[in-house]
Design a protein around this ligand. Structure first.
Ligand SMILES: [Zn+2]
Length: 282
């Protein structure tokens, strides 16, 4: 989640919810489909005020949908038009704008943390709390999720001739997760970093997780992020993570000056296209 233009966004979403009974044709027009390579598809929502990007990662036996957007439109018909493989809906984190379509899928994966797992009910359902989901921003309530896969940090997920490594990267939220395709040199990071103003929930955790990501990426790793500033797939590189690491350390030392006030408070510069602010409510 990013909260730039928050109030404008609430107004826009309220308008779009009035016509919520959307057809597949509406869905296919709403979503911007972009093939990153033959087996990796970015599914953008450029009309949505947060300009979310979700990613369909295709193996030979299964596919991963990494984030499903805010649920303004049903994404499932679009996914079914792209693949006939069984799809696992994985969550980079539990904010409303990343798990809005998860309940439409039979397989759901979230990061394996004892605190989350302990809250699963007898039927296997997991209900995100409002502070985890933050649905009040778009006037949404969370669906209970039938979580079928708990992905441990460090685990390798095999989807058929393609493997993804699971990275636990707390900082934006405690349960944030990235997945890394080492052979294709692609990293999927959710809201940890994107072009725009990052929302930092825990500075120390963010510093640690930035290093976790730096440890796996090389100079030319493609870092696929979850929000765009304008149109097009929001792609970043190792240099952006390096800039973030420097900025966060300088912030901790009290050596970084804010440039303006954001939604959560002062906004601090990272580089030309990235800033961050510290948000207590995350
Ligand atoms: Zn987000």
């Amino acid at each position: 989640m990013k909260i730039r233009n928050l109030w404008q966004g609430i107004a826009l979403v309220s308008i779009s919810l009035l016509g919520m009974a959307c057809s597949y044709a509406d869905s296919s027009r709403y979503y911007d489909i972009h093939y990153v390579d033959k087996h990796t598809v970015a599914i953008g929502e450029p009309e949505y005020y947060q300009k979310n990007y979700n990613y369909l990662i295709l193996g030979e036996s299964q596919a991963i949908l990494f984030d499903s957007g805010p649920g303004v439109h049903n994404v499932r018909p679009v996914i079914e038009s792209l693949t006939s493989l069984p799809v696992i809906a994985a969550a980079s984190h539990l904010h409303f704008d990343h798990i809005g379509n998860h309940h439409l899928f039979d397989e759901i994966a979230i990061v394996d943390l004892p605190e989350l797992k302990s809250r699963v009910d007898k039927k296997g359902r997991f209900l995100p709390t409002q502070p985890e989901f933050l649905g009040f921003i778009d006037q949404l309530t969370p669906h209970a999720l039938l979580v079928t896969q708990w992905w441990q940090a460090g685990a390798t997920i095999d989807i058929g001739n393609r493997t993804l490594e699971v990275l636990h990267i707390p900082g934006h939220t405690p349960s944030s997760m990235a997945i890394f395709d080492r052979s294709r040199n692609q990293l999927f990071v959710g809201d940890f970093i994107y072009p725009g103003s990052l929302l930092v929930g825990d500075v120390d955790a963010y510093i640690h997780s930035t290093q976790t990501l730096l440890d796996v990426v090389s100079e030319d790793t493609k870092i696929f992020t979850a929000h765009a500033l304008s149109s097009g797939v929001p792609l970043l590189y190792r240099k952006d993570l390096e800039d973030l690491a420097v900025a966060l350390k300088r912030f901790k030392q009290g050596a970084l000056k804010s440039t303006r006030n954001g939604e959560c408070g002062p906004t601090y510069p990272v580089n030309k296209q990235i800033t961050f602010e510290v948000c207590d409510f995350l």
